[in-house]
Design a protein around this ligand. Structure first.
Ligand code: APR
Length: 295
């Protein structure tokens, strides 16, 4: 029986830790966020593992989903066009379609807008970071609203390719390659363009803010470890211990919406109290606006 989420209280001890995390973020040269399904739980989307997880409920899907797609893309597309055959998948797509960003997504978008966060790498396919206003988002597991050509890796919005149930699988209008949903299936290599971007961000990253992931699926789970190997700082936000908690520089135990909003408050109030004229340890990022725009 999966353990329930612990009762959450923003204790003075936790608030002091969040203030410390804010200090790390303000002093960072290149801060990157890494998010997982837990961040979208407060938007009504179930996680995969742990309490209320999809895999906890329905069992993990076959680890060779991608190989099955390549072996028989017609059958895979027929299943995609007839989701009622997989009620949990149909339910998930309906939930994704209804979901709205929550305070956690909004706090990360605000940290990006303030020039504090350089990029958000997400394992989520739900598009909620972009809907919340984040502009620099790397979707390492794809986006459920998009299709992707397996040859030229071009991504298309659903309506951009005519899907004819009598002529499956659909082909790429640019190169004729096989087209599938952009969501990365188990067994599928992460598309080279987004993987390269993630590694580039991590190579520059000195502070990583990790929120809502069990840190069990690679290569995403290796990104914070790479930051630690490079001497950087890793801040974790999670109501429950994860695979990362043991090695994280700072673990903030609580729900993403509340903790990230409090983190934003601390970052902004520190910036305000370090307003021009004050003796500053490091110029607040907000005043080095030009630098913030290095994307
Ligand atoms: N706020 C923050 N974290 C939360 C919250 C919350 N409100 N609720 C739950 N969590 C945490 C859980 O404690 C858990 O550690 O979010 C984490 C969710 O873990 P997973 O369900 O394993 O999700 P994730 O880490 O994103 O999974 C990685 O696995 O199945 C694949 O492709 C899928 O991208 C996914 C990948």
């Amino acid at each position: 029986m999966a353990e329930a989420l612990p009762h959450f209280e923003l204790t003075p001890e936790l608030d002091a830790r969040i203030a410390r995390a804010a200090g790390h973020l303000r002093r960072a040269r290149h801060a990157v966020a890494l998010t997982g399904a837990g961040l979208s739980v407060e938007s009504g989307i179930p996680p995969f593992r742990g309490p209320g997880g999809l895999w906890t409920k329905y069992g993990e899907p076959p680890m060779d989903g991608y190989q099955r797609f390549v072996r028989d893309p017609v059958a895979a597309w027929q299943a995609r066009l007839n989701p009622e055959k997989e009620p949990w998948l149909q339910g998930l797509h309906e939930t994704l379609g209804r979901a709205k960003p929550n305070d956690g997504h909004r706090a990360l978008a605000a940290l990006e807008a303030d020039g504090v966060l350089a990029c958000t790498i997400t394992q989520n396919v739900d598009d909620l970071h972009s809907l919340a206003g984040s502009r620099r988002v790397a979707e390492i597991h794809g986006n459920y609203k998009l299709l992707r050509c397996l040859e030229c890796v071009t991504r298309f919005a659903e309506g951009e390719i005519a899907i004819d149930a009598a002529r499956l699988p659909p082909r790429c209008p640019r190169c004729g390659g096989l087209v599938k949903g952009d969501t990365v299936q188990f067994g599928e290599p992460i598309p080279a363009d987004v993987l390269r971007r993630c590694f580039d961000e991590v190579a520059r990253c000195d502070v990583m803010l990790v929120a809502g992931t069990s840190a069990t699926v690679f290569p995403a789970a290796d990104l914070p470890l790479e930051v630690l190997r490079g001497g950087g700082t890793v801040i974790e936000v999670n109501p429950l211990p994860s695979e990362l908690t043991r090695v994280a520089s700072l673990a903030l135990q609580g729900p993403g919406g509340t903790v990230l909003t409090r983190l934003l408050d601390h970052v902004r109030s520190a910036a305000r109290s370090a307003a021009p004229g004050a003796a500053l340890e490091t110029p607040p990022r907000a005043t080095r606006k030009g630098k913030g725009a290095f994307a």
